[in-house]
Design a protein around this ligand. Structure first.
Ligand code: MN
Length: 753
């Protein structure tokens, strides 16, 4: 290391300041030895990271100190977690070993650190995802100690807060992974505040322009909203004070991310979303009355002042969310006819909402009853015990488990079964028992016979009808949502295929034996083409199922090789050719994109620009002018996506090391296919007007237009070749202003027809 790394006075002062901030504000660390352990951990960490700096230039040790602070002050964990947070990068980044940690701090801390240390390994092009494996490794600790994951979330939060100093492609990777996995994980664990900060930071780095715009607009509407909220709150404050409540009431700011997401899903402008105001009332419960009752008293006090919107009551008090969240939400009509959402909760409920139920995690020994979070963790455990072969698929599966909210259904005897939303009767069968799933043929749902693929709703009563001769079918995989059912079905299918192959092989050998022929390669050369199968397994399998009955076996075996062999080879060749044709590629010579400078050296070698081909992703169809990023596919061509494309987000979080930054280099010769849809009220001459506008646009070339009219409503799909998103936006503006046209939208996902 060069001399510029050596810490100077300023560095040492900075370290001391950050460390004091931790030590002076310790929360729940008053057991004997707590402070001492933290001080020792700091000493070990600061020696290990001595004279090391982060990308931003600040001393490395600042990072573990801040992570420890987040763990303690923002998540609410105690001394052991602080210790582990301080030491979390020591094993990975310095010479210290896990054994050293164990000797000094005991096995508990060592196992926390182990869970936090990445699997090291060189990046392997073929083997898809070290990143996914590392995530899985971290999750393996989940049922032993959820603190590993909480510390990991704190680590990620600090990395996101300091993401500015990272190179562009790393920003994308880290921000993508954050939005795909860490924010939903924080949400699942009830860390609402952290979840929403992670989302906002991720938006900031993935879409800087949009983020800026939203923040600016939020600022400009802030004053007006504060005034409105004050007017709204005053009568409530009077009323609740009169009734003897101690409480806080505050306006809740909406996060930039939540606004952006609503703009995306609802396709409406900022103004419409920010229209809804939100207020939170946090109260100190009066003694002797259940908190739940008090929530409802406050509820009725508010609805006596403002009219209630009846379909917007959310009662998380009677039945808390799976992650432990409790509160009563309602929406009322406030001053100036504006809707105001009000959240009512006690200080205890608020603590859970802010810091997460996980921070109150009961360590082994004092568990009273199993809560929803415990149950979720159990499910993760099952997923980890039956891993899918592909680690990337595992990540997707895990993500599903984060989002799936639960439904509750009943067995005929009235037992309650929890299933993820979207589960079918078949999932229910497998949830009860694998054998019931395997033998299922139908279901009685609320006493009526229904197919196994029926999607269940909360409150249904379900009875599974089984048959001894039933067995799982391949199509079942499409009708189940739980990983338990999925892995049971694939398992059963695999065994069945094996059985069938074995049976087919035995039958064939027996029949060959009867006609006095040995099953050598010469025989198969005749059999495969004769039965029009590609390999031995297919032959065995078809014999096993009875599709091939072998009645003409003797004739085929005795016959001379001839024309049918030709057919076999032909079949194979056309098969592979087709696959190649499907991939439409352009060569680098006409490449409209260039690889950004900060690509890591290793990758740059494998994607040297001259030999690389690129493809425009069909899932988001970016055109010049759109924000883009590149993904190096397994065959080393670069696929261009929009960063907000869901496929791209998934790639960033599972194969982030294959993500590169790319920039458009505009070539006027190259044009890109884009699609727009138009709808409106039909009138005579409308189509003509639209095509006229398009043909006057110099930089746009129409490829296809398709307009249908139904009850005077017309809908049109137009495919166009354009050079730049500017040209497209220009055209959209012009079409929008045609009389009768109600909406014009660009379509992101489409395939060329
Ligand atoms: Mn770290």
């Amino acid at each position: 290391m060069g001399s510029k790394n050596i810490f100077d006075n300023e560095d040492i002062l900075l370290i001391k300041k950050e460390y004091d901030l931790l030590m002076d504000n310790l929360y729940r660390c008053d057991k004997e030895g707590d402070r001492d352990m933290i001080e020792r951990a700091y000493k070990v960490a600061s020696e290990a990271h001595w004279n090391m700096r982060r990308k931003s230039g600040e001393p490395y040790i600042i990072h573990p100190i801040v992570v420890a602070r987040i763990v303690n002050q923002e998540i609410g964990l105690g001394a052991k977690a602080i210790t582990a947070a301080l030491l979390h990068d020591v094993v990975e980044d310095t010479d210290a070993t896990l054994e050293d940690i164990e000797k000094e701090f005991g096995s508990k801390i060592a196992s926390l650190i182990d869970g936090l240390t990445k699997i090291s390994g060189t990046y392997n092009n073929r083997n898809s995802s070290l990143q996914a494996e590392n995530f899985r490794k971290m999750l393996l600790t989940i049922s032993d100690d959820i603190r590993v994951i909480l510390i990991k979330i704190a680590d990620r939060l600090h990395n996101m807060r300091t993401l500015d100093s990272m190179p562009e492609h790393k920003k994308m990777k880290i921000a993508g992974e954050t939005i795909y996995l860490y924010a939903p994980l924080a949400h699942r664990l009830g860390l609402y505040v952290i979840k929403s900060e992670l989302e906002d930071l991720s938006l900031k780095y993935r879409h800087p322009k949009i983020h800026n715009e939203i923040i600016k607009k939020l600022k400009s509407t802030e004053k007006k909203n504060i005034a409105l909220i004050n007017r709204f709150a005053i009568p409530i404050i009077d009323r609740l004070t009169e009734e003897g409540y101690k409480f806080d009431i505050n306006g809740r700011p909406k996060s930039a991310y939540s606004i952006w997401k609503k703009m995306q899903t609802k396709g409406v402008p900022f103004e419409e979303i920010y229209d809804i105001l939100a207020v939170r009332i946090i109260f100190e419960p009066l003694p002797g009355i259940p908190e739940k009752t008090q929530c409802w008293s406050i509820f009725s006090a508010i609805t006596e002042i403002y009219p209630l919107k009846p379909d917007r009551i959310r009662d998380w008090v009677s039945r808390p969310k799976p992650n432990g969240y409790e509160a009563l939400h309602l929406t009322v009509m406030g001053p100036e006819g504006k809707w105001v959402e009000v959240q009512i909760r006690s200080y205890r409920m608020d603590e859970i909402a802010e810091r997460g139920y996980a921070s109150h995690w009961r360590y082994k020994g004092d568990a009273d009853h199993e809560n929803e979070l415990d149950k979720w963790i159990k499910k993760i455990r099952v997923m980890l015990d039956n891993p899918l072969d592909d680690p990337v698929e595992f990540i997707d599966e895990f993500k599903m488990s984060l989002f799936s909210s639960e439904i509750m259904v009943f067995t005929p005897k009235g037992y309650l079964i929890n299933l993820p939303k979207g589960s079918t009767a078949l999932d229910f069968a497998y949830e009860i028992h694998t054998e019931i799933g395997n033998k299922a043929i139908g279901a009685k749902i609320n006493y009526r016979l229904q197919p196994l693929s029926t999607t269940l709703q909360s409150g249904y009563q379900v009875e599974i009808i089984t048959s001894d001769i039933a067995k799982p079918e391949k199509g079942w995989l499409q009708h189940v949502a739980t990983s338990k059912a999925k892995s049971a079905i694939s398992g059963a299918l695999k065994t069945e295929i094996k059985d069938r192959l074995q049976k087919g092989k035995e039958i064939l050998e027996k029949r060959l034996n009867e006609i006095g022929v040995k099953p050598g390669s010469g025989v198969f050369k005749k059999l495969l083409p004769a039965y029009e199968v590609l390999n031995k397994d297919e032959l065995y399998s078809k014999i096993g199922m009875g599709i091939i009955d072998l009645s003409d076996l003797k004739k085929i075996v005795k016959q001379n090789p001839g024309s049918k062999i030709m057919k076999y080879w032909e079949l194979k060749l056309t098969g592979s050719k087709k696959g190649e044709e499907r991939k439409e590629k352009r060569s680098a010579k006409e490449s409209p994109v260039k690889i950004d400078k900060d690509v890591p050296y290793l990758l740059r070698e494998s994607v040297s620009e001259s030999k690389t081909t690129y493809e425009i992703a069909k899932c988001c169809n970016p055109i010049p002018g759109d924000e883009v990023m590149g993904y190096i596919s397994p065959d080393e061509s670069i696929i261009i996506h929009k960063p907000k494309c869901p496929v791209a987000v998934r790639l960033m979080s599972s194969e982030g090391n294959k993500i590169i930054s790319v920039k458009w280099t505009i070539h006027k010769m190259v044009s890109f296919l884009a699609r727009i849809t138009i709808s409106g009220i039909d009138r005579i001459g409308l189509t003509n007007d639209i095509t006229k506008v398009i043909s006057y646009e110099l930089n746009v070339n129409m490829k296809r237009i398709n307009i249908t009219v139904n009850n005077r409503i017309f809908e049109g799909v137009i495919d166009l070749y354009v050079h730049h998103s500017k040209d497209l936006n220009n055209l959209i503006m012009k079409i929008s202003s045609i009389k009768g046209v109600e909406s014009v939208k660009r379509v992101e996902e489409f395939t060329e027809e």
